[in-house]
Design a protein around this ligand. Structure first.
Ligand code: ASP
Ligand code: MG
Length: 419
């Protein structure tokens, strides 16, 4: 069986949804599970709605709610045709009544805990899958809608929930395996899950790829396909670099490094679950179904192409013991304890006799980290930097390192932190 994932851009308007239905039609002879994200920017729109409510901006919140509602209802009427698709429109209306109730709750209580954030944004995926599944049925395809919240079990770290693998695998195998018949398309939501007592959680923004990987892992899928609006994984961001080329094959390891260091084409957490079951990941264009895309698997690349990845908004931190002590194991441990406690997002580490150098994402918690160290260490921070990662770098690329704040090289990878 196969798992496929369609992101927000692939269902952004009625024609896009028709295209998705056509693609699924081509593959439905084999058992198929499909993970879908919220339509277009709906997650951002729901987030804004919740923030307006939290800030007590009642009228603006109600306007924002009305816009989300009108957008989804128009999608249904455009897709099904005027006066048709009544059952789906009713479901959409019902779901939006639930969203409205949550908004009223936020306005009333003037409180917006992360738990409520997860509840409200989860409706983006519930709405999109309801619409797509309804449309498939209307077209005569056998579509089965399943609720990912009942299957993907997580801890209670709202907004960034950690998967409870044993329960999730049990649930998915018990509930989904029997549904996976040739001709049937099982549709579920990306990004969302729930705690063991049923409170809705989310797996982190852009987390639908990860959901697809969770399902592929638990079902022991033959493959996972992530459909994108690009031809596959390119060797650089075409918005920044000229003459980017598509990479045909990539190893899991290369894919992990590239996504961790800022390649946004797939979510960094996607690789591990499929790597552990040796499931190949295809990244393909929903605009060109026949084109082969990029395959990520245990096969290493035959042709070596340099890839350029950029991560912006980086902070360089240099930590030096005030009393000129060596930066030895015990002190390094102390620094790392504080790093972990304050929740800093670490990208690179380097040490010398009396310093420890870090490259981290620019986050408010960096200040907490700094203040925890100040008694004992001098801490220098430089913000506004960029981390360039080059996989399969060439000698020519080394000149990039000349004016760097920090450079690291291992195997075929070089990391350069500079302005
Ligand atoms: N809809 C969610 C988001 O926009 C998840 C996803 O798109 O992957 O963050
Ligand atoms: Mg999205």
């Amino acid at each position: 069986m196969r798992v496929m994932k369609f992101g927000g851009a692939s269902v952004k308007n009625p024609d896009a949804i028709r295209n998705v239905a056509e693609i699924l039609g081509k593959f439905s002879a084999h058992p198929l599970l499909v993970v879908i994200s919220a339509i277009d920017k709906t997650t951002n729109h729901l987030e804004l709605l919740a923030h307006l409510a939290r800030d007590g901006k009642e009228q603006e919140a109600l306007d924002q709610f009305a816009a989300i509602k009108a957008f989804h209802l128009k999608m249904v009427s455009d897709l099904f045709g005027e006066g048709k698709g009544e059952a789906v429109a009713n479901q959409v209306n019902q779901l939006l009544r639930e969203v409205e109730r949550i908004v009223q709750g936020i306005l009333l209580l003037e409180e917006f805990p992360s738990r409520t954030y997860d509840r409200i944004v989860s409706y983006g995926e519930i709405l999109s899958t309801t619409i797509v599944s309804g449309f498939l049925l209307e077209k005569g395809q056998q579509s089965i809608w399943v609720d990912a919240r009942l299957l993907v079990k997580t801890d209670a770290t709202y907004k960034q929930a950690g998967v409870i693998w044993t329960l999730t695998e049990e649930n998915i195998r018990r509930e989904v395996l029997p549904l996976l018949q040739p001709g049937a398309i099982v549709i579920t939501q990306g990004f969302i899950g729930s705690t063991i007592d049923g409170k809705t959680t989310t797996l982190g923004r852009e987390g639908s790829d990860y959901t697809a990987s969770i399902f592929a892992h638990c079902l022991g899928a033959d493959s996972l396909t992530v459909w994108k609006d690009v031809p596959g994984i390119l060797n650089g961001d075409p918005r920044i670099r000229q003459n980017t080329i598509k990479i045909d094959n990539m190893s899991y390891e290369e894919a992990v490094e590239m996504t961790f260091y800022g390649a946004t084409v797939i979510h960094p957490k996607t690789i591990k679950p499929i790597f552990n079951r040796n499931i190949p990941l295809h990244v393909k264009s929903f605009l060109n179904v026949e084109a082969p895309g990029t395959v990520i698997s245990s096969q290493t690349n035959a042709t070596v192409i340099p890839s350029y990845i950029l991560k912006k908004d980086q902070t360089y931190i240099r930590i030096k013991p005030k009393d000129f002590s060596f930066m030895e194991e015990l002190l390094i441990r102390e620094v790392f304890d504080q790093l972990y406690k304050s929740g800093v997002k670490l990208n690179l580490v380097q040490n010398s006799a009396i310093s420890l150098m870090l490259c981290v994402d620019n986050k408010p918690q960096n200040r907490d980290f700094q203040s925890l160290l100040l008694d004992k260490f001098d801490v220098e921070m430089r913000t506004g930097l960029r981390l360039h990662t080059i996989v399969n770098f060439t000698v020519k690329d080394l000149k990039e390192a000349a004016d760097a704040v920090m450079v690291q090289q291992h195997d075929n990878k070089i990391f350069i932190v500079k302005e």
